[in-house]
Write a protein that binds this ligand. Structure first.
Ligand code: GRF
Length: 201
């Protein structure tokens, strides 16, 4: 089976990135993470990339003279590495429309809630879990979806529910949801690399 070339986009810790890499190393996924793209030079994910000897690049819009140069840089690096699929994992920037178009249905995102609820601008990290608790939800969960031009939109691939417990704090909830993320993202990446994900028409 052909090995798919993956780029993971991050801005922070990168625990999902590592969960996927671990499954790849077990030989369970016909894919290889060939590149980590970080929008943040201080992301802990970079340390994880070093540990696994995965190439990484820091690309931050702020470092470019203009938006076009920024998009061109992203496009070039993805071409240079012959990327088949892009996996967003805690990536806090919007993927430029040009790239979404070019990689249509080849970009996935994971979100720590049951979209379309608790998604969109500002809904990242602990904010999501705070909002879920404040709303008194009985369930939250994880969503993996194809990426389009908006934050946290685009066709949903899978959702997994997680029960909210009476004594949950945003932190305990985040931890429990993250555990589920680490199971289902590698599972979906496996399907993706095997060509077994249903692509929307
Ligand atoms: C995860 O909760 C993910 O769903 C969200 O950002 C968080 C990233 O965590 N998009 P990590 O960087 O993978 O540890």
């Amino acid at each position: 089976m052909e090995i798919k070339r993956l780029a993971v986009f991050v801005s922070g810790s990168g625990s999902n990135f590592e969960a996927i890499q671990k499954e790849i190393m077990k030989g369970k996924i016909p894919g290889k993470i060939v590149l980590l793209v970080s929008s943040n030079p201080n992301a802990y994910a970079i340390e994880r990339a070093k540990k696994y000897k995965i190439d990484y690049v820091i690309i931050n819009e702020k470092d470019f003279k203009n938006y076009n140069d920024y998009v061109l840089k992203l496009e070039k690096v993805l071409e240079d590495y012959k990327i088949d699929y892009i996996l967003l994992a805690g990536y806090l920037k919007k993927v430029p429309a040009e790239i979404v178009k070019k990689y249509k249905f080849r970009i996935l995102n994971i979100h720590p809630a049951l979209l379309p609820k608790y998604g969109g601008k500002g809904m990242f990290g602990i904010n999501v879990h705070k909002a879920v608790l404040e709303a008194g939800e009985k369930f939250t969960g994880v969503t993996i979806h194809f990426v389009d031009e908006e934050y946290d939109r685009g066709p949903i691939i899978i959702q997994k529910k997680v029960k909210v417990k009476k004594n949950d704090t945003p932190e305990t909830l985040q931890k429990r949801v993250l555990k589920v993320e680490h199971k289902i993202y590698p599972y979906i990446v496996k399907k993706l690399c095997k060509g077994k994900l249903r692509i929307p028409d």
